[in-house]
Write a protein that binds this ligand. Structure first.
Ligand code: NAP
Length: 252
């Protein structure tokens, strides 16, 4: 199947490792022109070299901390240098940044910003040019926690808010040619990830977790998430407005 991604101008936020890295490599394999953002410039540089080997284009990267910098300024600079984007993937997020669910709202705000707010701020500058040209794909990486409302309360709530944003905004722009959507991964392991460490340090509890919470009986791989994201970025996703797709090994 030709996904129609070749030559598209793609921005991936949170590209240096894990799921975001696999998504980025997937876009290169489809022939896209890629811009990446993350904090680890060394990892982005290595990834950029790999992307150029896959497809010879002027891929580039920006080292930035989207929790600390002025993301409006960042995105406006990137658009000026790279042009308006056809496809944006918001992958930054996670459950480890905020833990104290009995703490003040500030604690919650942090989780909200990490998992949704920073991406929303970026969309302010990214989506209107897509609407103006009548085509775009904006894909957010949510979590099955948003649906199950289990695990870290701050994380689950922040991702649930993200899902509500994707549903409501995705509907509001549905007729413009811009498709906003999300995927909800289940537990995905890769080298150096939380689940990878957990498997090594506490294999019994890990097995117990999988038996009770992920019916497939194993962790997902980053490629299993990336392949779905690539489809959602494709021409074929033209009827997937506001779709929020679980890719979760029957998480329960
Ligand atoms: N892995 C899972 O089991 C799982 C399950 C469900 C949902 N998800 C969701 O999938 C997404 C990716 O998860 P992952 O496990 O692949 O996470 P990860 O390994 O922590 O990767 C996150 C990416 O975001 C970047 N990043 C983190 N903080 C940033 C910041 N402040 N500014 C700029 N970039 C930042 C990281 O790069 P730097 O460190 O270089 O900045 C990295 O490239 C997240 O939204 C997560 O909630 C993951």
């Amino acid at each position: 199947m030709d996904l129609g991604i070749k030559d598209k101008n793609v921005l991936i936020v949170g590209a240096s490792k894990g799921i975001g890295k696999s998504i980025t490599i997937g876009f290169a394999q489809e022939g896209a022109r890629i811009t990446t953002i993350a904090r680890s410039e060394d990892l982005l540089e290595q990834l950029n070299l790999k992307l150029k080997q896959i497809v010879d284009k002027d891929h580039t990267y920006y080292g930035a901390d989207i929790m600390a910098c002025d993301v409006n300024q960042l995105v406006n600079t990137i658009i000026k240098e790279r042009g308006t984007f056809d496809i944006v993937v918001h992958n930054v997020g996670g459950s480890l940044v905020s833990r104290n669910y009995l703490g003040a709202f500030e604690e919650w705000q942090h989780a909200l910003k990490f998992n949704a707010g920073a991406a929303i701020d970026m969309n302010k500058a990214l989506i209107q040019p897509m609407i103006d040209k009548g085509w775009g794909r904006v894909i957010h990486i949510s979590s099955i926690s948003a649906q199950m409302l289990r695990g870290n309360p701050l994380y689950a709530s922040a991702k649930a808010f993200l899902n509500a944003y994707v549903t409501t905004v995705g509907r509001s722009i549905a007729s413009t040619g811009v498709v906003m959507s999300a995927v909800m991964p289940g537990a995905v392991a890769f080298e150096g990830s939380y689940w990878d460490t957990f498997t090594k340090t506490d294999p019994n509890r890990c097995e117990d977790f999988l038996r009770h919470h992920q019916a497939v009986g194993r962790f997902g791989t980053t490629n299993e998430i990336a392949d779905v994201v690539l489809f959602m970025a494709s021409e074929q996703a033209s009827f997937m407005q506001a779709a929020i797709i679980p890719v979760a090994g029957a998480n329960m």
